[in-house]
Every structure is written in structure tokens, then in C-alpha cells.
Write a protein that binds this ligand. Structure first.
Ligand code: GDD
Ligand code: MG
Length: 399
């Protein structure tokens, strides 16, 4: 794969935020000695190197009642070397959609001879393992894991730790293009390959997000992303004193992290999770508040933003979902951060009023924060989970 080198980096304390890097060539051919000047503006990442990183990476697919055909397509796009982890919150009653996902995955793994784990978010063993390991932040009143994409992601990160992976990447299950899925995973691998720090994150920026309205229109920015990015950038500017547009992936659902970074971040419930990850990084390592982790602060936290070639086409859930479930909580995570000063708060209020998402005297809701995963007793969690691992593995026959 050929990708632009990191040309511009903005620093905030020990956080390095790299500007967007475009993918130039999805397949850059065989490994060859390159003339030295060729690696200046453009990086060629060899296939073998990409595979090495894919091998150390789990790809998590969070899913909730998605069309089975889409789910199957997404699964088929994940590179073979990655460990697939499906965490599903699909219904089990009237129609057992989880069963259907499991069957589809089993069949896929059987014929492709690959590894995958599939688990239901409401799995009682998973909940018990969390409780026994002292990590109850994502458990609800019924003792099971709460609903929500973030809650599913966290359970999957823990499974990636049990599987001893080094990286974890997320890809939504409602994506129409398996080719895009394949590209996301390669971009994650490429980002980790370029990273100098063990605490790194790769966030995907879609080149286009097509909309269907009297023909196809290749839209570049979604409304929610545009607003979230603007507010996030305003917060950074207030700390550096220089106006910036560096953040272009504030809401990126498609993103990946090294597990060393993933275990020290504070998360937020539901769809506030992606903006909150950035906020946690800025709070913990931005140099304004006390450093959250001395080793990570020393190594620095690195953020990559990669622009993919494939357009992004996923299921559309309509305006209200975008406003209430995504924009509002996302901006809430910026607004309620101790880093957020008056001007950014005002900007957030103005944006939300303009979108009719709040009333004149209202504030965005406080995010529900989730303690870093490091608080868990991983040994205990692993002990409970390994005992039942066979029933989550797609290649194993069921007892
Ligand atoms: N396990 C699990 N549990 N998965 C869930 C849950 C849940 O409670 N709720 C939703 N999902 C799955 C969906 O099935 C889908 O695969 C993925 O999580 C994203 O959910 P969507 O409901 O499709 O979100 P979206 O398309 O509006 O927003 C996506 O893109 C945004 C912008 O990049 C999400 O990835 C957002 O998190 C992201 O900010
Ligand atoms: Mg979606």
C-alpha cells in the first residue's frame, strides 16, 4: 500500500495529532529496494509488513439487528490474518437473529479456515466474568452488559486482550462494501506500522459518503462530523492559542487503537464513545491537566487520520437518530470536559440551538463515563472466559 507520509503534525502536550494522510495506492506491488528519495513524501508499506500487523490485530464488528447480507459482506472483507470478534446485541426472542449471525459466521470460518469469536452482549458468562474481575461499569441493573455500541466495543477489547492481540480495530456491520472493510483494516495496519509510539490510534476519514437524492451525490462531510470537528478544534485552539482544523475524524466509528492505549482511556456510553476517546487523550496527555499515565506520557500518544479510497455507504437511520443519539452526546463529551472553556461551550450551545437539538436554556447531557479497562483484574476475567472460549469460537462445534 502506498500512503502519504505524515506531513503535518500538531502537538498538544505529549499528544501528536497527524493531519489527514491519503491512500495513494491500495496495492503497491512486490517488495523492492526503493531509491532513498522515494520514501520522503510517500510511504510504501510492504504486503508482508501489513500482514505482520494484521496478525497482531483483532477486528471487532459490533452489530445489532443488521441485515444478514450486510453482515456477511463485512465479514468477508476482513483480512484473513486478523482475528475477527463479533459482538452482537441482536434480538434473540421472536426471531433469533444472533443465531443467524452465528450460523453465518460458522459457515464462513469453516470454508475459509479462519479464527473468529462471536459473543452476545447479554451473555451471562461474560457478565459474570466482568463482575468477578471487579469491572462493573458497563453492567446494568439486571447484572448483564447494558445496551449500546460502546459497551459492546469494551467487551470486545477485553476479548482481544484475552486473545493476546496488540491492536484492536472497529468496523460497523452495516457497511455495504466489503472492499471498504478490507481497506479499513489495511489502513489500521499501515497506521500502526508508521507509529513511533506504542500508544497509537488510527481514525478513518471517508473520502466520500454517497447520498442518494435524484441520482447519486458523493458527499464529503456529514453534518454531525462537521459540527463535532469544529467544536473539537475550537477546544484545541483554546489551549494552543492557534486556530486549527487538525481534527477531521471526531466521530470516526471506523478506528483502531493499540491495546496499550485502549486500556488506559476513559470511555463514554453509546455513540459518545468516539469523540470521548479523543477528549480522554487530550485530558490525559494534553499537558493541561496532570498526566494520566507516566509511561504513555513519556512515549507520547499518536493519532493518525487516514483518508480511504473506497466511498463509505452504510445503512441510514435518519435525522433524529443523528441529532439525538450522535450529535448531542458527542458534543456533550466536549462540553463537559474540564478542558472546555467558555468560548467552546458557547459554540456548542449555538450549534445545538441551530440544529434544534436543545432548548434555549438547556445544556447538552453529561456523558456517562466508563472507567479505563485497566481497572479490571484481567487474570480473573481471562480465567472465567477461557473456560467457555470454545462456545464463542466460530470454528468449534457446539456442545
Ligand atoms: N454490539 C452492539 N451493541 N452493536 C451495536 C449496538 C449495541 O447496542 N448498537 C449499534 N450497534 C452496531 C450497529 O449494528 C452498527 O454495526 C454499529 O454498531 C454502528 O451503529 P449505527 O447505529 O449504524 O451507527 P451510525 O451509522 O449512526 O453511526 C456510526 O458512524 C458514526 C460516524 O462514523 C457509528 O459507528 C458511530 O459510533 C460513529 O460515530
Ligand atoms: Mg451505521
Amino acid at each position: 500500500m502506498r500512503i502519504e507520509s505524515t506531513r503535518y503534525t500538531e502537538c498538544l502536550g505529549s499528544v501528536r495529532i497527524n493531519d489527514v494522510q491519503q491512500v495513494l495506492e491500495l496495492d503497491s506491488g512486490r517488495a523492492k529496494e526503493l531509491p532513498p528519495q522515494e520514501n520522503i513524501a510517500v510511504q510504501k508499506i510492504e504486503e508482508d509488513v501489513i500482514k505482520d500487523f494484521e496478525e497482531k490485530m483483532a477486528i471487532v464488528i459490533p452489530t445489532k439487528d443488521e441485515k444478514l447480507k450486510l453482515f456477511e459482506g463485512v465479514v468477508s472483507g476482513v483480512p484473513h490474518e486478523c482475528l475477527l470478534i463479533v459482538v452482537s446485541n441482536s434480538q434473540r426472542r421472536r426471531v433469533d437473529r444472533f443465531r443467524m449471525e452465528k450460523d453465518a459466521l460458522n459457515q464462513f470460518c469453516h470454508f475459509t479456515r479462519r479464527e473468529a469469536l462471536i459473543i452476545h452482549q447479554k451473555d451471562p458468562v461474560l457478565a459474570r466474568a466482568l463482575a468477578e474481575a471487579g469491572y462493573t461499569d458497563i453492567l446494568g441493573e439486571d447484572g448483564l452488559i447494558r445496551d449500546g455500541k460502546a459497551e459492546g466495543m469494551l467487551a470486545a477489547i477485553l476479548l482481544a486482550m484475552v486473545a493476546k492481540k496488540d491492536f484492536v480495530g472497529f468496523i460497523d456491520a452495516d457497511n455495504y462494501f466489503p472492499g471498504a472493510v478490507w481497506e479499513y483494516a489495511r489502513c489500521y495496519a499501515t497506521g500502526f506500522c508508521m507509529a513511533k509510539s506504542a500508544y497509537s490510534m488510527v481514525r478513518v476519514l471517508w473520502r466520500y459518503k454517497p447520498k442518494i437524492s435524484a441520482g447519486m451525490f458523493f458527499k464529503r462531510w456529514g453534518r454531525v462530523s462537521e459540527i463535532t470537528n469544529r467544536c473539537m478544534n475550537s477546544l484545541i485552539s483554546s489551549k494552543t492559542g492557534f486556530e486549527t482544523e487538525i481534527i477531521k475524524t471526531g466521530n470516526a466509528g471506523e478506528h483502531a487503537m493499540s491495546l496499550r492505549l485502549a486500556e488506559i482511556l476513559t470511555y463514554a456510553s453509546g455513540y459518545a464513545v468516539e469523540p470521548q476517546e479523543l477528549i480522554s487523550i487530550f485530558e490525559g496527555f494534553g499537558g493541561v491537566l496532570p498526566m494520566a499515565n507516566p509511561t504513555a506520557a513519556k512515549h507520547g500518544v499518536e493519532i493518525f487520520q487516514t483518508e480511504t479510497r473506497n466511498p463509505h455507504l452504510h445503512e441510514e437511520r435518519g435525522g433524529r437518530h443523528l441529532l439525538v443519539e450522535m450529535l448531542l452526546p458527542g458534543l456533550g463529551s466536549i462540553y463537559h470536559s474540564p478542558l472546555c472553556e467558555k468560548e467552546t461551550k458557547q459554540l456548542i450551545i449555538n450549534e445545538l440551538l441551530q440544529q434544534n437539538a436543545i432548548q434555549p436554556d438547556e445544556e447538552p447531557p453529561k456523558p456517562r463515563l466508563i472507567t479505563p479497562l485497566r481497572a479490571i483484574n484481567l487474570k480473573k476475567f481471562t480465567a472465567v472466559m477461557t473456560e467457555h472460549m470454545n462456545s464463542y469460537s466460530a470454528l468449534e462445534e457446539e456442545e
